[in-house]
Design a protein around this ligand. Structure first.
Ligand SMILES: [Fe+2]
Ligand SMILES: [Fe+2]
Length: 308
């Protein structure tokens, strides 16, 4: 079985030429299965046009959404409905099976998966640079979609090591290094989506969804291929970063709960994910784990051949 995988296409009309080139490479790869591991479009209004690009692909089409596929420009956001109903329906219209709705078995190879989410467990606990002071700040969507900043009830300036999950949940950070001008980093999801629950609960729900799919698989499942958008293993986020902005973003990479759920399958063979925007395949926990990002100028679809 040949699998072609991509992630983070981030389709919009401005990126049409690049996206068409990727879709052309997918079609000519003559794979049996296409996997799109999230962030196919930059905003839900572009998702149908993005998926339509893969009309030439002759095999089975699978996808999970990413956070950007759920982004909306206007309120009220109906993120939960987009995830549960609208996106699976758009996927079906363009011949894709959305794995979040249930696993799919193709010739004994069982595909399971869900978008996943982040729970701040992958945050960088060590300071990116010496002498940095930080203050978490609450970011929300204000009038006319403008970013609104407000201080936390217990506003404080601390060292990097004191940052806790609840600080990341505020979605903004102001930092200052050695008397230089203060800088701010913002995680933009809350400006474009609203789940009505905490990220930690959502990440756990996504992991439970994957566990349920694995339990549901029949014994005749020869091997399991897992797909998530968010990063499923902490090892993929373990490198120390010295840029405060990039170190901050690590908290939003994914959740190790996703990987734990996938490893519950006895015959897990391959895990495909996205969201980091850095294409890579490596061996981890005895399986191949691949970030299928096509964000780099040289990136094309990743191709995997599983023995028959
Ligand atoms: Fe992305
Ligand atoms: Fe993403």
């Amino acid at each position: 079985m040949r699998i072609a995988a991509i992630a983070d296409l981030h389709f919009s009309e401005e990126r049409r030429a690049r996206a068409e080139a990727i879709a052309g490479a997918v079609a000519s790869a003559r794979a049996d299965v296409l996997v799109i591991a999230g962030d196919c479009a930059d905003g839900v209004e572009h998702l149908a046009d993005a998926l339509a690009l893969f009309g030439e692909f002759g095999g089975v089409r699978l996808m999970v959404p990413g956070n950007h596929d759920l982004w909306q420009d206007t309120t009220p956001f109906d993120t939960r409905r987009l995830y549960e109903e609208t996106i699976p329906a758009i996927a079906a219209e363009y011949g894709f099976h959305c794995l979040d709705s249930g696993p799919l078995v193709i010739d004994g190879t069982c595909f399971v998966g869900a978008m996943g989410w982040y729970d701040y467990q992958m945050r960088q606990r060590e300071t990116p640079v010496e002498g940095i002071t930080v203050s978490p700040i609450h970011v929300s969507r204000g009038e006319a979609g403008k970013m609104h900043f407000s201080s936390l009830p217990d506003a404080r300036e601390t060292g990097w090591e004191a940052l806790e999950p609840r600080d990341y949940a505020a979605n903004g950070l102001v930092w200052q290094t050695n008397g230089e001008r203060p800088q701010v980093a913002v995680w933009s999801d809350p400006l474009h989506l609203d789940w009505g629950e905490t990220s930690e609960r959502l990440a756990a729900e996504m992991a439970a969804r994957i566990r349920a799919q694995i339990r549901e698989l029949a014994d005749g499942c020869r091997r399991v291929v897992g797909v998530t958008h968010f990063v499923p293993f902490a090892e993929l986020a373990s490198h120390h970063l010295q840029s405060p902005r990039r170190a901050y973003a690590k908290a939003f990479l994914g959740s190790p709960l996703l990987g734990e759920a996938l490893l519950a399958a006895d015959n897990l063979a391959l895990v495909i994910h996205g969201h980091r925007h850095r294409q890579e395949a490596r061996r981890l926990h005895g399986i191949v784990v691949a970030d299928a990002a096509v964000t780099g100028a040289q990136d094309g679809p990743l191709l995997f051949t599983l023995p028959d």
